[in-house]
Design a protein around this ligand. Structure first.
Ligand code: FEO
Ligand code: CA
Ligand code: CA
Length: 642
């Protein structure tokens, strides 16, 4: 999610930062002024420096393409020898048989039509092969948020219920079928797999919060069925073939009371909403239905291969402004799910399943055989200590401060109030944790900490070892290895890199990059060779100005984690963010999402001039810019990145 940082949620006023402030020698040096030893140490390149971990002996993957320059063009640019083509833009029909309304470039599609078309603002994405030849598959993808200035012909000039319904229909997740035909990947329409999940689709609730009093509403007195998924940001996939999607900044959809209670306040509920949905859909009026707010902020699981399956909100994974969910597998076959919470000073989580992943068989697909796997296990939150070690703190009712007397009556209340539970345990307040990526071979886990301009400001937490820069506009990538296995409760960490530009005057904006410049890491994907693909999300106000002036439009880079070398691979059109990346199993096709091309600083697009900043991907004569999926191949058919 781009948007300006000032509109980002910033709700953590817990006192637990003092633990780090006192114990962290880095901060003490910082407070003495100047470029302290803390920042100097952080700026020293640390790639490949997790001594003693599995990665130390592994040679890095070779980056075999010639890097491209920063760009401010309204175009996708890829290296010499590669081709990129946009498919599946917002508004194209997903391919439901007999229900394939064409996109209207004047935004004249109805809400009912939008519910049959790809949503807006593509984000996380994953490719699921159909057959063995790598030429056909499904793409599951998120539609994170909307721009009402582009979604409706006259923007917000009027506000009838139909516009709320259309906005809700443009959210959620799409499943489309794609195939390589005549040398080009195309959307297959109709397809029996095609599907839309929107902000009104019924989702089952599972895990400790299912049926919990905090999830019960007038419309759902059982607390077990929620209509819709919202603000779906990053994604993950499971070894049993399902798609995981994170409900990120859900707070902005609800209209709260003038004086929110402590729980509402901790979760960022405010009076103002982003979308005015509460005016036509009472669920989003938190004054009338306060528990509806607790029914979002979950990881949802979808089986893309079964169009009749019911999607599920997995509450055992904890409630958060979830960026996404990334799965690793322990040596004994249990699933570990890592997830960042993208809000300023929030946390990094992991869930370890109680049971082993079950194989398909006895008439069940793998997805069916593991339909309750993510409902039983242990949820943890991360603490990163100044000496390079760390600890996963269990979010388990009854342990430590998580008692009924402290407001955690049962495990359901712990997961609904995961932020308060993490505060109580003294977890580390991070610089907006975005995507997590795992290299199964080296056991390294990477998390993008996209930025945090509030770090070190008056009344806010200061720097700590893991978040070493005040007014951190550039972001960093933290890396750790869990001791023993992915279920380890201790870890060792360092920074893979600090983003920035050494030409900047301010030391905190210089970074320690080896190779091409970038800022605000967001999407992360590790490919089969161990290349870490980094996608960026500089907000529209900061882009191509000031300390970002030499960095260009948002982009994607390849990083060799063994050396830290970074090479720019793709640059996006004006105003977009690059987010979501998946490859075919043969590594010869990459799908990348381009979100909100033409997004303007601060406000929604002007419906009177929708192409003022961008006409991507339709080009001259386009009605409006559209998020879309970019298909990247090598002209010689080779493996991407080699
Ligand atoms: Fe939706 Fe944190 O980006
Ligand atoms: Ca993101
Ligand atoms: Ca982001």
């Amino acid at each position: 999610m781009a948007k300006d940082s000032d509109s980002m949620e910033d709700s953590n006023r817990s006192a637990n930062a003092s633990v780090h402030a006192v114990s962290d020698p880095a901060r003490r040096v910082w407070l003495q002024g100047g470029l302290g030893a803390a920042l100097a140490a952080a700026l020293a390149p640390m790639a490949g420096a997790l001594s003693g971990c599995a990665s130390a002996a592994v040679a890095g993957p070779k980056l075999g393409f010639k890097s491209i320059s920063p760009s401010t063009a309204d175009a996708i640019v890829v290296p010499e020898g590669y081709v990129a083509e946009a498919i599946a833009p917002w508004g194209d029909p997903v391919g439901l048989p007999g229900a394939m309304p064409a996109f209207r470039p004047d935004a004249g599609n109805s809400a009912a039509e939008q519910a049959l078309q790809l949503g807006m603002h593509h984000d996380g994405i994953h490719f699921y092969p159909l057959g063995d030849d790598g030429r056909r598959g499904l793409l599951a993808m998120n539609h994170e948020y909307i721009d009402d200035g582009l979604l409706h012909s006259d923007g917000l000039k009027t506000w009838p219920a139909e516009k709320t319904r259309k906005g809700q229909a443009a959210h959620g997740v799409s499943v489309i079928e794609v195939a390589l035909q005549d040398g080009r990947w195309q959307v297959v329409r109709p397809s029996r797999f095609a599907r839309r999940f929107t902000a009104t689709t019924p989702f089952a609730v599972s895990g400790p919060a299912a049926g919990h009093p905090m999830l019960k509403t007038a419309a759902d007195p059982a607390g077990r069925t929620v209509l819709g998924t919202l603000n779906n940001c990053a994604s993950g996939t499971t070894p049993w073939g399902t798609y995981l999607s994170g409900e990120e900044n859900f707070a902005g959809y609800f209209d709260g009371p003038e004086q929110p209670d402590a729980h509402q306040k901790r979760w960022g509920l405010r009076k103002a909403t982003w979308y005015r949905w509460h005016e036509h859909d009472e669920r989003f009026d938190a004054k009338k239905h306060p528990n509806e707010f607790n029914r979002f902020g979950w990881i949802v699981e979808i089986d893309p291969m079964d169009p009749t399956s019911t999607p599920v909100k997995r509450t055992a994974l904890g409630r958060a402004a979830h960026e996404g969910a990334t799965v690793a597998v322990t040596r004994d076959g249990r699933a570990v799910v890592y997830s960042g919470e993208d809000a300023r000073f929030e946390y990094i989580y992991k869930f370890v399943s109680r049971d082993r992943i079950a194989p398909a068989g006895n008439g069940l697909t793998a997805a069916q055989a593991n339909r309750t796997l993510l409902d039983h296990g242990t949820l943890y939150v991360a603490r990163f200590d100044a000496d390079g070690s760390g600890r996963w703190l269990p979010l388990v009712q009854g342990s430590g401060p998580l008692s009924a007397a402290n407001g955690f009556a049962d495990q359901g209340e712990v997961v609904v109030k995961a932020r308060q539970a993490s505060d109580a345990l003294g977890a580390t307040k991070m610089d907006r944790p975005e995507w997590v990526a795992v290299d199964a071979k080296t056991r390294e886990v990477f998390c993008a900490l996209t930025n945090n301009s509030a770090r070190g400001q008056s009344g806010q937490p200061g720097v700590d070892a893991a978040n070493p820069r005040a007014n951190n506009v550039m972001g960093q990538i933290i890396r750790w290895v869990d001791d023993g296995d992915f279920d380890g409760t201790t870890l060792r960490w360092n920074h893979l890199l600090l983003a920035g530009d050494p030409a900047n005057a301010r030391p905190e904006a210089q970074g320690n990059l080896r190779g091409d410049l970038f800022a605000c890491p967001d999407g992360l994907t590790v490919d089969a060779r161990g290349v870490l693909w980094i996608q960026t999300d500089v907000g529209p106000t900061a882009m191509n100005k000031g300390e970002m002036v030499r960095i260009g439009n948002n982009q994607m880079l390849a990083c060799d984690p063994a050396t830290g070398e970074v090479r720019r691979f793709l640059t996006g059109p004006v105003g977009c963010e690059i987010t979501g990346c998946t490859l075919t199993p043969d590594g010869r096709t990459m799908f990348v999402n381009v979100q909100h091309p033409g997004e303007s600083p601060g406000e929604r697009s002007d419906p009177a001039a929708p192409t003022r900043f961008s006409n991507w991907p339709d080009g001259p004569g386009a009605g409006r810019p559209r998020s879309a999926t970019v298909v990247i191949r090598r002209r010689d058919g080779g493996v991407i990145g080699t």
